[in-house]
Write a protein that binds this ligand. Structure first.
Ligand SMILES: [Zn+2]
Length: 103
């Protein structure tokens, strides 16, 4: 694909990063004038990363006997109707830990 701005350079896939959020994304960059464009697919991938970032909360680990405990923010407690003594399922994958409250 030729660059629609300078009409000279070729558009090549390039990795870039949003410095302030440390969010990595892919764009098409002109090898000649440096113009950057995103396809709808690239834009959707970036939007998904931002949606996930907005939903995320930072938590602190605390010592609880031989285990570690995580304090769950109140808005999440309310949203998932979590009460003391209720059970949940903890699963893990290569990115981290998921807790699914049992109804
Ligand atoms: Zn160009």
């Amino acid at each position: 694909m030729k660059c629609p701005v300078c009409n000279k350079g070729e558009m090549k896939k390039n990795k870039d990063i949003m410095e302030q959020d440390e969010v990595e994304f892919e764009v098409l960059k002109c090898v000649d004038c440096g113009e950057e464009l995103m396809t709808m697919k690239q834009l959707k991938v970036l939007a998904k990363k931002y949606r996930e970032l907005r939903k995320s909360k930072e938590v602190t680990f605390a010592r609880w006997g031989n285990s570690l405990a995580v304090r769950i923010p109140n808005e999440i407690v309310t949203e998932f109707n979590i009460i003391e003594g209720k059970h949940g399922i903890l699963t893990k994958d290569k990115k981290g830990i998921n807790i699914i409250p049992i109804a």
